[in-house]
Design a protein around this ligand. Sequence first.
Ligand code: AOF
Ligand code: ZN
Length: 376
Amino acid sequence: DQVGEKLKAQKDADRRFMQLALTLGRRGQGRTWPNPAVGAVVVKDGIIVGRGWTQPGGRPHAEPEALRRAGAAAKGATLYVTLEPCSHFGKSPPCVDAVIAAGISRVVSAIEDPNPEVAGQGHARLRAAGIQVEVGLCSADAARDHAGHFRRIRDGRPHVILKLAVSADDKIAAAGSKPVTITGEAARTRVHLLRAQSDAILIGVRTAIADDPLLTCRLPGMAARSPVRVVLDPILRLPAASRLVQTARTTPLWLVGSEIAEPAAATRFGAVGAQVIRVPPQAAPSALEPPAVLRALAERGITRLMIEGGSRVASSFMASGLVDEIWLLRGPGEIGADGIAALDALPLTAITQSPAYRVRASEALDHDTLTIYERV
Ligand code: AOF
Ligand code: ZN
């Protein structure tokens, strides 16, 4: 019947506009921390009159951006938003006030904000103002996009993505940690995109010394999207001549050291623009405890953390059960039995056969394959 047809058309349209809001929100991923990257779309009589997303640094929020573009057309319109509009006075005034003032008549919101300052009060205040509010459309997509914010708010740590590039025989480097080319150009592009969408990227000091990496996003026009570079360096021995230290003034470099590291070393790094974070020492002085490292990063606002190596860092985070997502890139070549195993003492089946993870996506990138695992 006609009423049913109309309802179905409305549902399809709602889903389309919410998917657009999600796509817009992702533009901010990696540069809105400590805030989530939210997307918003204002629709009047089936026509998009405003689009917005959380701006770099986390402000302005997505809703005022979309409302500003909609102007007077927002009156009587529907707002699609990927996270509950905020109801608190933070560094910006409450978005719900802006939504109400603009005359929005219906709000379609993907998911509630677990931030205790909001936690349902945003939706409640919109309803109290007479606005029709629907919550939950595309909530699984929104939960995935806001995984970093949710983790940080709920568990006091970032969402952790482990990236591994392995050879056909599960190795990540040749003997002596010599870097070898494992994956190709398409894979490199994907990894640099993931860097851009991460707040921070972490490696161990051994890898920092062996590879002398930059860890920046080097896609054309995207240099400004480089994440904070974090090196786990218990006794603060990263060489001053390393490319990481040399670029510390242009792209943030945080060194996580043990509290027992030499204070003089910390001062030296501070002088060249790097920031030193100290976490308590523990049983094995050569390693830092993953939970303490993650807590320190979350306290500084990091919501999405990418881990890029090496094998000991990867295995210690895997063993501590703190990895939420794994990007496993596999190249076609073999390195040989004397190569370095991807997860140190742990077999790769700790990921591929683990009941804790399932395959979210799998795709071919030239001669390589990318498999993304997520928590069950
Ligand atoms: C929204 N829209 O686009 C974002 C929201 O310190 P403030 O004022 O910037 O508030 C930060 C909190 O606001 C953050 O922890 C999260 O709960 C929410 N983020 N809310 O309505 C947005 N980014
Ligand atoms: Zn807000």
